[in-house]
Design a protein around this ligand. Structure first.
Ligand code: NAD
Length: 255
């Protein structure tokens, strides 16, 4: 029996780099996967690949910043794939500029995608999990939440907020058999990271600096993340909640 057989999984930003790799791994491990993304075409590609590999998947257009869109996608998932067992809040977005060069309108969008979006998802999914007395939530933050990151002040603030929000919800819902944990990627080779490199002005120099400062000697690949995410989503992590794990080649080492 596969680890996630008969489990319904939602991954936001499932059409992207880390989200796509996570959806594919869940599909291989027997889950029914709901691939949520603002970019429906990207979500469709991931869902089609899961189905081609013999799995069950559905792509859903969802803008996590819009509560009506979240509610519609959650309802459609539950109608098509059954009650949600696992929620992975992975969708994210960033602009890369020193804080004093950013504008309040950008802060609003950063907060909407990186913090409020995850709140909408929790608010939509938690009541059902609580009534079933079971559920797993895995939130994708960032090492920027733990140690800061130049050019990402508001993003880091949102991810730091997501970490403390996760710990609080973990406490509130432990009695309902729901666990909430956080995975913090470090620099990982995705579309988001490509924008970061461009924003930094000298992509080659930045790559050299990262490669030098990451003890395991390379930046991450999307496929480095699903192992930790699926662990927190699995029965093996039944007694683990409110925890934060960096998957960043040792870039940060937190006690
Ligand atoms: N790549 C890195 O270096 C890195 C480092 C630390 C943390 N992270 C985090 O990992 C997560 C995944 O990022 P990635 O690197 O795979 O990026 P990505 O750009 O490849 O994927 C992000 C996905 O989120 C989707 N998305 C954006 N706004 C959305 C919205 N409002 N509603 C629904 N979907 C939306 C995008 O369409 C995209 O498919 C993000 O939370 C990001 O902050 C990434």
């Amino acid at each position: 029996m596969k680890r996630f057989e008969h489990k319904t999984i939602v991954v936001t930003g499932g059409g992207g780099g880390i989200g796509g790799a996570t959806c594919l791994r869940f599909g291989k491990e027997g889950a029914r996967v709901a691939v949520f993304d603002l970019n429906l075409e990207a979500a469709e590609k991931v869902a089609a690949q899961i189905r081609a590999d013999g799995g069950v998947a559905q792509a859903l257009k969802c803008d996590i910043t819009d509560r009506a869109s979240v509610d519609a996608a959650v309802a459609a998932t539950e109608a098509q794939l059954g009650p949600i067992d696992v929620l992975v809040n992975n969708a994210g977005w960033d602009v890369f500029k020193p804080f004093t060069k950013t504008e309040p309108a950008q802060w609003d969008k950063l907060i909407a995608v990186n913090l409020t979006g995850a709140l909408h998802m929790h608010h939509a999914v938690l009541p059902g999990m609580a009534s079933r007395k079971a559920g797993r939530i895995v939130n994708i933050a960032s090492d920027a939440a733990r140690v800061g990151s130049s050019g990402e002040a508001v993003y880091a603030a949102c991810k730091g907020g997501l970490v403390s929000f996760s710990k609080t919800v973990a406490r509130e819902h432990a009695r309902h058999g729901i666990t909430v944990n956080v995975v913090c990627p470090g620099p990982t080779d995705t579309a988001l990271f490509a924008e970061y490199k461009e924003g930094a002005g000298n992509p080659e120099k930045l790559m050299e600096a990262f490669t030098r400062s990451i003890p395991l000697g390379r930046i991450g690949q999307p496929g480095d993340l699903p192992g930790a995410i699926l662990f927190f989503a699995s029965e093996d992590a039944a007694f683990v909640t409110g925890q934060v794990l960096s998957v960043s080649g040792g870039l940060t080492m937190n006690g």
